[in-house]
Design a protein around this ligand. Structure first.
Ligand SMILES: Cc1cc2nc3c(=O)[nH]c(=O)nc-3n(C[C@H](O)[C@H](O)[C@H](O)COP(=O)(O)O)c2cc1C
Length: 317
């Protein structure tokens, strides 16, 4: 494990609960962290901007109280996701909040910036940057990210097209620091496979949409629970960047998933207009076939822990 020991020592399963636009909230983050995995949320989910400080106070105080009551089994650290894109006009404010509350892990997406990394390093935090290919990985490290999140084919939301095996092997050829792998991981065996392939931790998003804590409509949660990989559509129409979405939500919005027009990155916008697209068009990765029900996050994580141990026994004998 190449994650810093103050983080890896607190993980009871090598997993980061990935940030989910609109869906991640303090309840989900607290449930993830107290179940022994890193919980995270996009800073932009706390709206309007002053709500971010309320969320950070709630999360840090609740986890501190949990740790005081469970000194032998403390919570895992949490992470905040920052969209580093010129259309995110909250970045400076949200970063200042992360510094003020000494957020242990900052996950940066869509832009690598030295000043953002320096701000997180100023209080001892670490930055993980998500990438879909090798040029982006190299650039993130050049700008001072501490670790990478490899977003492979099949991931929910914005996703790449590379096989996880190809991506991880190429990254490990030049980088031996903290590395997370995402893309359709939704079982304990998948978590072990991510480690076997060379990652330190699995990075899992879609499976947490079908939890009781998630901020998602019931129909969205049920759709995750009843869909399979063939129900996932890869398109750049909704945000200008390619991502994976549930076919049923595209049909419900009156569009033909087989004949979607093309878009391009000039249409990316992380101001207030984005939320409508994500509320109506439901992001999800190809791992949904392994998610069969809507349960509390802690139950999902406990099931993965059992599966992970069974997979280890199966593989190692
Ligand atoms: C509904 C949804 C919203 C997402 N929102 C964000 C986001 O705001 N920021 C981000 O960095 N990644 C976002 N992602 C990507 C996830 O953080 C993660 O990379 C992905 O879910 C991992 O693949 P999986 O869903 O197959 O587990 C989102 C994914 C989904 C499904």
């Amino acid at each position: 494990m190449t994650l810093p020991s103050n983080i890896s020592n607190r993980l009871r399963l090598p997993v980061i609960g990935a940030p989910l636009f609109i869906v991640s909230n303090p309840d989900l983050v607290i449930a993830q962290c107290t179940a022994g995995i890193v919980g995270s949320f996009p800073a932009l989910n706390a709206r309007p901007a002053p709500v971010l400080e309320e969320w950070l106070i709630r999360i840090t105080e609740t986890l501190a109280a949990y740790d005081a009551a469970h000194p032998d089994l403390p919570s895992a650290p949490f992470a905040v996701n920052q969209i580093v894109h010129r259309t995110n006009d909250r970045l400076q404010h949200d970063l200042e909040m992360c510094v003020k509350y000494r957020v242990p892990i900052v996950i940066t997406s869509l832009g690598a910036r030295q000043d953002v990394n320096d701000a997180v390093h100023s209080y001892g935090g670490i930055v993980l940057h998500d990438i879909i290919n090798i040029p982006f990985a190299r650039k993130a490290l050049e700008k001072g990210a501490d670790g990478l999140i490899a977003v492979a084919a099949g991931a929910g939301g914005h996703a790449g097209t590379l096989s996880p095996f190809a991506l991880i092997a190429e990254i490990r050829a030049f980088f031996d620091g903290p590395l997370a792998l995402s893309g359709a991981i939704a079982t304990g065996g998948g978590i072990l496979a991510a480690q076997a392939a060379g990652a330190d931790v699995a990075y899992i998003g879609s499976a947490f949409i079908a939890t009781t804590e998630a901020n998602a409509a019931d129909a969205y949660k049920q759709s995750i629970a009843s869909s399979t990989a063939s129900d996932i559509v890869y398109t750049n129409l909704f945000t200008g960047v390619h991502g994976n979405y549930l076919r049923s939500s595209i049909v419900a919005a009156g569009m033909d998933p087989e004949a979607l027009p093309q878009s391009d990155p000039t249409h990316m916008n992380f101001g207030s207009a984005t939320s409508k697209a994500w509320r109506d068009i439901w992001g999800a990765g190809q791992g949904v076939g392994s998610v069969g029900d809507v349960v509390p996050a802690a139950s999902r994580i406990a099931q993965w822990r059992d599966e992970y141990e069974a997979a280890r026994k199966r593989v190692l004998g």
